[in-house]
Every structure is written in C-alpha cells, then in structure tokens.
Design a protein around this ligand. Structure first.
Ligand code: SF4
Ligand code: ZN
Length: 938
C-alpha cells in the first residue's frame, strides 16, 4: 500500500514522462535544462527518490532520443550532459548497464566519428565513455570489442581542440589500464596515431604510449619508423616526448634499430633532400619539407646526446654505429643552426667522455674550429665559415668501436634474443663498416678513401646465421682440435699472469713459423723460463741462443724486452686487456693482442691473422686487395662480430685452425668444411658447376636451380670489398682472397770481400763485420761489403774494396792483392741482390790484429756454425767451389759462368802467408756459441 506522498511522486513522474513523450525538441530541451539544474551531482539513491524508483524510464527515453538524433546534433550537448547525470550517479551501476543494453555506448562511439559533431559534444561523449571505462574491466572490454579504440584514436587524431584531445587521451589511457585482454590493441592503436598532424595529439599519444609501453612489456617493431618521423615535428614538446619514448625503448630489443635509425637521421640521404626540391609544390611546401629533414637531424642529435649521457653502454653502441662521423656531418649543416647546435653538444659529450676521440675530432675540425668547439660547443656554428663547414660535411672520420665493449654487449644481447626465439631485426651490417687504423689505446678509426660502403653481402645480416656459424665451427673444433702445449696452458693454467705469458710466448713464436716447428721450441722455452720474471732475468744472449733456428731473431729480442718491461714497469703483472697488451708489449700488434686477449684473458674480440683473412674473404666473398685498409677493417669488423662471446679464445683458434687445415690456400677441403653453408665462394662455385652441367645436358632453361639464387653484392663496381678482376672459374674458391700486385724486387749489386788470414792454429780465419742495427739483416754479421752504384770496372771495384777493408782494419792494403772470385745472386723478398765477390789474403807484414766492436775474425768451423745470413753462406760456397776447381784444373784465369757463379778466377788464397796474428780467442768462442745454427733470414 503506497502512501499519499508516494502516489504524488509517481503521478509527477508520469506526467513528466508524458510531457517528454509529447513534447517537441524545444520542449524537451527545456525539460533537460531543468533536469540538469535540479539533478546534477545526485547519487543513484537520490535520483531514484526523485523519480519514484523509475528513473531508468527517463534514461532509456534519453538514450533513444540521442540515438535517433545525434546525426543532426539536436541538443546533443544537453542530452549528453543529462545522460552524464545518470552514468555518474555513484554507488550503483544499474544505469550503466541499462545504458549499454540500450545501445548507448555504441551511439557515443558513433558520435565521435561524425564530422559535423561539435568538438565540445565529442569531448562530452568521450567523458561519458571514460565514466563507463572507469567502471571496471568488463566495461573496458565492451568498449574495445565495439571497435572503440579505433574510434577514439581517430577522434584524437582529427580533433582540433585541446579539450577533445585530452578527453580522448584520458579515455585511451583508462582503456590501457586493467584491461589485459585489449592492452595490445590500445598499444597498436596508439602507434597508428603517431603520424597524426596535430602536435597536441602527438604529444598526448606519445605520453600514453610511454605509459602503455611500460605495461605491455614487449615492443612492437612498427613503433620505430613513426617514432623517428615524429622527431621531424616542429614542436619542441612533441620532440621531447618522442625522445623520452626513445629513451624508454632502449630497454627493449628494438634498440639497435632505433639507434642506427637515429644515427642515419644525422646524415639525410641526398635523395631525401633532393626529392623535396623536386616537388612541384609551392616554394613554401618545399621549404617545410626540407626543414622537416633538418629538424629531424637536430632532434636526432639531441636524442643521441641524451642517450649517450644516460649510459656508457649506449655511448659505445652509438660509437660503433659511426656516430662521430655523422655528428661531424650534421655539425657542418649551415642550413640549419639547431642541427649544428645539437650535433655540437652531442659531439662534446663524446669528446669529453672518451679522450681518444678528441684527437680525431680535432683533426676533422682543424685547430681553430676545434679550439672554439672546446671553448663553447653550443655557439660553434657562429665561428664556422663555409670552408670549415665543407670540411665537416666531407669528413672521413669513422670511429667505430671502443674496445671490445660493443661486441660483448651486442653479441650477448643477440644471443639472448635468439635464445628467446626472437629475431631482433638488427642490422648487423652497421657494425662492420670499414675502419682502418687502431689509434692509441682503445679507439679504432678509419679514414677510408672510398665513398661506397660495403653492401650487406659481405657481412652477416641475420643474427641467426652468426649464432649457427659459431656453433658449427666450435663443434668441429671441439671434436678434432690439435692438442698443443699452449692450448693446454691456456685451458689449465690457473694463474692469469702465467697463462697470459704462456700464450704471449706461443703467439710470438707462431708469427712466421709453423706450428710443428714451434712445439719443441715452446716446450724448451717454457721449461727454462716458466714465468715472465724468469725470462726477464735471462740475458739477451741466452734468449738468442734459445731462439736460434726459429728465425726472425728480433721476435725473441722483443719478448725479452717485453718481459723486462713487465717486471720493471708493470710490477711483474702482464697486461690484462687487449688495449694494454697492444700498448705495453713490444712486438705485439693488433692480431697478437686480439689472440692473447681472447685466448688467455677471455676478452671478446676477433683476431685476424692470415688464416682468418682467407676464411673470412672466402666466406663473405671479399675479393678486393686483402691488404687494403677497407678490407682489413671489414675483416676486423667481421671477426669482432662473429666471435663467440662465451668462448672467444676457442672461437678464434677454431677459425685459425680451419684456415690451416681445411680452408687452405691451395686445394681447400670444402666438402669437409663445417661452415660451408655460410660460404658465398662455395655457393658461387657450386652454382656455376650446376649451371655448367645443366648446360651440358641442355636443361638450362627448363629446370629450376636446386640452389637458391646467389645474392650478389649490391654495390657493384663501387664496392670497396668486391674484386677488381672478374671471377676466374679455374680458381674456384681460391678466387679469394686476393693479394696486391707485387712490386718487382729492387735490383742491387753489392761488392763483398772475403778477407782471409792464417789463424794461430794454422787454419784460415775470415773477417766479418756487423751490419747496422736497423734495416735489412739488422745487426747480423757478413763479409765486408759495399753497395755498388752503377757499373764499375774491376779496377775501380778493387780500389773501392781496398779502401774499405783498409779502413776497417786500420792498415793500408794494396789493391793488387784483391782477386775477383765470382758473383752470387740472392733474392730477398723485396731485393734482387747480386754479390760481386772478391777475396784478399793478408800477409805477415800486415797488421790484422785490430779489433773493433763491429769486426771479428772467425775460423772456418766457427763460420760454418755461425748464424750468418744466407747470402754469406752462398758466398762461402762459391769461394770453396772456385778453390776446389782451382786445385783440379790448370790456372787459366778465364772466367766461366756456372749457375749463380760468373767467374772462377782463382783468388790468391792458396798460399797464405804466415801471420803472426794472434786472435782474440775468448771473443771468438763466445761468438761461435752465439751463432749456433743457421736460419734463413730472408
Ligand atoms: Fe673455405 Fe671451402 Fe669452407 Fe668456404 S667452404 S670456408 S672456401 S673450406
Ligand atoms: Zn661488394
């Protein structure tokens, strides 16, 4: 039984509804205004009280009226506000449910898409949708499943008032929260919104993306391109939001693509700028477009500075992408001051953080500009003239790498990406641009002379290939590697100092000497000097004695010097990094440092020796001169890229072993090669063979190839890594590597004289002089010699030799004593040497006892044992053969030619005068023990 009051209320509501039902739009609008005045802010209970528990009847009428009229916009604003009173009535969701059931939410989404709808009505509709969204997960799902995200995103992109944009942004933000099912949909919707033309909308989208990104945890790769494009926005606040998002995204696997994209923006491709100038648009458009490229350039420089400041790892990764070269380029862009300012500030960060970079930047800028730069980087552009700008635009500086940090970092990241089964779309090629010379400690830089950069054909662009190659090669190595004493030491020696020393000794011995020869020497050496301290305490003579037979004596000398340096200057501690190995140890170059660093110290770095050059050149079809700077650096880049981050030492040894045993200079065993599937050369040969056999069978055009098409270098004729000469079918994989065309050896003629005297014990003794400490055969002993300039008569030659020997011995000799013996040819790697040999036999009267630091008399047996150069041995042989011929034939004095011998005129050495010349026995003895055996020196 209802009370009188209740009945009155119901009556009031009924007449209200009747009035509504019969009212025209004007009447309804008045009713709505009154409704709003009386009911705004009321709760569910209050509204129900007001409407006698049947307020829903009015809400459903409102919803229907809106659905029928929104397209015409009739009092839409009022309707939306009135609906808002219901939807926001707190403490109950009954109205919400009823509104959705009546299709109200769908109508609101439709409202957003109406071009004629007023902006404030759109904003109101968005606020209502936000109320719905905030009511809980199922409401969010409802909106998303009704294509809401797209409608809202489009509204945000096209709306023109901040009010609407902010309402749309708030709604998207709400939909991304507590809505796991549709989070990604919102995220992708936001990415699609980035290119919108409204700066405010872009800013909001970027803000929301940052927030959503932190929730979705993974990154959609499609984010990169629009994000980098947003950097071209003329609005600073948009750029800043984009940079913030870029900073956030460096946590994810898109980082390499983002970083390389940023670096690329510093140097807009010619086409990009030209293309703008070609547009048949009014001048203004042209300018705006070009400007946008430059604005992007400036923003990229700014982003790069902020990234580099944020972390050392990022700095080094940017360096590896050649950022210094690109920043210098942007700095030279006199068409856009902001690009210059930002590039200069970023460059300043790198120069101040990495002292090694300073010198290169200094060189690229020139002293005056560099001084201004160091003084005030942000106003540098004011001090720059056209020529300096041109210098920067054409700079060839390309500092690519700081230590092994990049490879450690990149490789481990790649590895983990691969393990997760994700293929990060990384452009690994970026890491292998040619670099040339290693400067001071850690920075490698390049000044290439070529303008073309190598195509991806010569590197690995799929990280999966790199991972596969590593495992194939290491499996092969693990199964069949040779047990070598230094390998055992590297594996088992726990003391880092001894381990480094042991590997250092082996690497120096293995320079220019075969493994089989080295093993014995190595074992003896390590037994005698097991630590660097032991070696430092030895004398050079002992070291040379131990080295005798290995050749290239300077190697032993440098090991000894290095050991003494380690003990005296480094407190007995072997260097611990590739850089310090290079810097501190004499005789340790880039390869040796890489080898010791990786094998003994586990540093992640490549090591490029002759074997590795061959393998890499064949695998990646690098056919340009393998000694050229571009190829050298490409090979180092490749080696640093492929080296296994977990087993760098084994990997490098495996590469070398592959080169030594399988991928040999001649007759490589491709069929047994573990990395055949990666080898461009092999595929090239195989494809040719297949083609030829098909041609023979007449099937060329009918059968498809069983091999995939060989991708070819895209750079064609301008590629610094492709061979200049065409492929030679007969050479097969041996087309690679190519050596430079050898210069013909220099032709030299040298006068040399065997000065003979009778020794104390009756036998002959021979005079030897020591060569200068530098140059060819430095410090070695030979018969007194003179370089012959031009053709001289025999008399003149004798005169010259007589003067020289007289000078050496400090006595005056007579040139008539000199006898021509013959000629000996000896070919060094770069000199074609002919020794024109004379002899002279000294008599009693002559004082031959003069001894100096650089002269010695040796008995025949000492001479035979001595480590004299091969040329001296040949001269001795000639002398002996002439003498024995003399004994057998009559003295006819005529010159005969034999192989390598031009004359057999007998020197007057058979009758030697007795000499009183007592020799310096001790000295001779020591020399004889020093010269133990002979080794080829040329
Ligand atoms: Fe060398 Fe042949 Fe292996 Fe290629 S397939 S790396 S050429 S051995
Ligand atoms: Zn090429």
């Amino acid at each position: 039984m209802s009370t009188h009051g209740e009945q009155a209320s119901i009556g009031k509501v009924l007449s209200f509804l009747q009035e509504w039902d019969h009212g025209n739009k004007i009447a309804r609008s008045r009713m709505l205004e009154a409704f709003l005045t009386q009911n705004s802010g009321k709760t569910f209970v209050e509204l129900e009280l007001e409407f006698a528990q049947v307020a829903s009847l009015f809400l459903s009428r409102l919803t229907t009226w809106m659905r029928l009229t929104y397209m015409f916009g009739t009092y839409l604003g009022l309707q939306l506000k009135a609906i808002g009173v219901f939807l926001s009535a707190s403490s109950h969701d009954q109205y919400l449910r009823e509104f959705l059931e009546d299709g109200g939410a769908l109508t609101l989404l439709d409202v957003l898409g109406q071009t004629q709808t007023q902006e404030e009505d759109k904003a109101e509709a968005l606020r209502l949708l936000l109320t719905i969204s905030n009511a809980g997960r199922k409401y969010k799902e409802f909106i998303c499943e009704s294509y809401g995200v797209r409608a809202i995103a489009e509204c945000l992109a096209t709306s023109i008032t901040a009010e609407t944009q902010e309402a749309a942004w708030a709604l998207l933000e709400s939909l991304s929260r507590g809505n796991p099912k549709h989070q990604n949909q919102v995220y992708k919707g936001l990415i699609a919104l980035m290119p919108c033309t409204s700066a405010k909308a872009q800013q909001l989208v970027l803000q929301t993306l940052r927030m959503v990104q932190s929730k979705v945890k993974t990154v959609h790769p499609s984010i990169v391109e629009p994000l980098l494009n947003v950097l071209g926005s003329l609005r600073l606040e948009v750029q800043d939001e984009a940079i913030n998002l870029i900073l956030d995204l460096t946590q994810y696997e898109v980082r390499p693509v983002l970083l390389s994209g940023l670096v690329a923006l510093l140097k807009p491709a010619k086409g990009e700028v030209q293309q703008h100038h070609m547009l048949e648009e009014p001048e203004m458009t042209e300018m705006t477009l070009s400007l946008s490229v430059f604005v992007q350039q400036a923003a990229a420089a700014k982003a790069i500075r902020l990234l580099a400041e944020a972390s050392q790892e990022l700095s080094e990764e940017l360096l590896s992408l050649g950022v210094i070269h690109h920043l210098l380029y942007a700095l030279g862009n006199r068409e856009h001051t902001e690009a210059q300012v930002q590039a200069s500030l970023a460059l300043e960060h790198f120069v101040r953080s990495y002292p090694d970079i300073e010198e290169h930047v200094h060189r690229a800028m020139g002293s005056t500009l560099f001084a201004a730069f160091m003084n005030k980087a942000d106003t540098l552009h004011m001090n720059m003239d056209e020529i300096q700008a041109e210098m920067l635009l054409t700079n060839k500086i390309n500092i690519m790498e700081v230590s092994a940090a990049y490879s450690v970092f990149t490789m481990s990241r790649l590895r983990s990406a691969m393990q997760k089964g994700k293929r990060a779309s990384l452009e690994l090629t970026q890491t292998t641009k040619p670099v040339r010379k290693k400067s001071k400690a850690a920075v490698k830089e390049e000044e290439t002379t070529t303008t073309a950069s190598p195509s991806t054909y010569h590197t690995f662009h799929d990280p999966a290939d790199v991972v596969l190659l590593r495992s194939q090669l290491l499996n092969w190595y693990d199964k069949g590697k040779r047990e070598l004493p230094w390998r055992t030491a590297a594996m088992t020696e726990p003391d880092l100092n001894i381990r480094t020393y042991a590997v250092w000794v082996s690497e120096i011995m293995l320079q220019q000497t075969q493994v089989a020869t080295v093993i014995d020497y190595y074992n003896k050496w390590m037994k005698r000097w097991p630590t660097v301290q032991d070696l430092a305490a030895a004398t050079l003579e002992e070291v040379n004695q131990m080295w005798a037979g290995l050749g290239y004596y300077s190697r032993g000398k440098r090991l000894h010097e290095g050991a003494q340096k380690v003990v005296s200057e480094l407190k007995g501690q072997m260097p611990r990094t590739v850089e310090s190995l290079l810097k501190q140890l004499p005789g340790v170059g880039r390869y040796t440092a890489g080898a010791i660093g990786s094998i003994a110290l586990g540093q992640v770095t490549g090591a490029v020796d002759g074997n590795v050059i061959r393998v890499l050149c064949r695998v990646r079809a690098i056919g340009a001169d393998s000694t050229s700077p571009a190829v050298t650096e490409a090979l180092w880049g490749l080696a640093n890229m492929v080296v296994d981050p977990e087993r760098p030492g084994d990997f490098n040894q495996a590469m070398m072993e592959l080169g030594a045993r399988v991928c040999t200079p001649k007759g490589p065993l491709c069929s047994q090669c573990p990395i055949q599937s990666h080898c461009h050369s092999y595929r090239k040969v195989y494809a040719k063979q297949e083609k030829n056999s098909k041609r023979l069978l007449g099937k060329l055009d009918r059968l498809p190839s069983t091999l995939p098409d060989i991708e070819d270098c895209m750079n064609g004729g301008s590629c610094p890594l492709c061979p200049a000469e065409p492929w030679d079918d007969e050479l097969g994989v041996q087309n690679f590597p190519r050596k430079p065309v050898k210069k013909p050896p220099r032709v030299e003629r040298t006068l040399t004289c065997m000065v003979v005297r009778s020794g104390e014990e009756g036998g002959d003794e021979y005079l030897l002089t020591q060569r200068p400490n530098k140059g060819l055969l430095a410090g070695m002993w030979e018969f007194p010699s003179l370089l012959l300039e031009g053709e001289n008569s025999e008399m003149k030659q004798k005169g010259a030799l007589c003067a020289e020997i007289s000078r050496v011995l400090g006595v005056q000799l007579n040139k008539s004593l000199f006898q021509f013996v013959g000629e000996v040819v000896h070919i060094f790697s770069h000199i074609h040497q002919t020794y024109v040999v004379y002899s002279v036999c000294l008599k009693d009267s002559e004082d031959t006892q003069t001894q100096t630091e650089n002269t010695q008399w040796l008995t025949r047996s000492a001479l035979q044992e001595a480590a004299v150069p091969t040329g001296v041995k040949k001269i001795l042989k000639l002398y002996d053969s002439v003498e024995s011929q003399e004994e057998q034939t009559s003295k006819d004095g005529k010159r005969k030619k034999t192989a390598g011998v031009k004359n057999d005129k007998k020197p007057q050495t058979s009758k030697k005068a007795k000499l009183s010349a007592a020799n310096n026995g001790t000295r001779q003895l020591s020399l004889s023990s020093f010269f133990k055996t002979v080794k080829e020196e040329s």
